[in-house]
Design a protein around this ligand. Sequence first.
Ligand code: SAM
Length: 245
Amino acid sequence: MKIDILTLFPAMFAGPFEESIISRARQRGLLDIKLWNIRDYALDKHQQVDDYPYGGGAGMVMKADVLCRAINAVRCPGAHLVYLSPQGSRLVQSTVVRLAEKSHLILLCGHYEGIDERVMNEVDEELSIGDYVLSGGELAAMVVVDAVTRLIPGVLGDETSAQEESFAEGLLEYPHYTRPKTFQGREVPEVLLSGHHENIRRWRKKLSLERTLVKRPDLLLGRHFDQEERQMLEEILFEGENQVK
Ligand code: SAM
């Protein structure tokens, strides 16, 4: 996958892109990231990238001509241009899955008050990483790159780990344990030591359902529960009632 990032602050990406999974994916040729400094596309001698807003008000606005020159420099047929913005639709795992299927993403990072509205004609999708306002789109772009990279085939050592993670099946993931077997008097659940694959699968599925019910019940709204899940939910609710008594 190819990802071009248009930003006023390319140096911000150095740490996150030079460590761990993203760095390995780049080294192995699975991910080709290029950083483009938007300022390089400002033609005046002061390389001005922003200007005062028409109509007055606080802050500066990123200039349309500079942004469009930068976009045109990187855009090729088939590229998908995402503007990171608090006004975009909220990034969720299904969006990440869809983006991971693209061969070429362009991520446009805004700054100041944002971009001249006329640049939105060039944008394929506006994405927000949450209902809060960041100073710039750089951190949001890093979030998108990280989440997408995990889904590129061959990036994660064990291909099943992305499929079993939270949100992949619309549920939160089950709890994990590693050695030692006893820690501060607390034991690893017996079933995980049993070697019985079907019992472990069922235990994990039930814990996934229970956690989602407790921590993120909103994820279950509109879910089609299969027979096994319905039975597990009954058990969870029955056990809960008994605990209350
Ligand atoms: N004036 C804008 C508004 O109220 O909608 C906010 C501009 S913000 C200070 C500057 C830039 O940060 C935006 O252009 C966008 O690229 C980025 N940004 C801020 N919050 C974001 C979020 N929640 N998700 C993605 N990008 C965000």
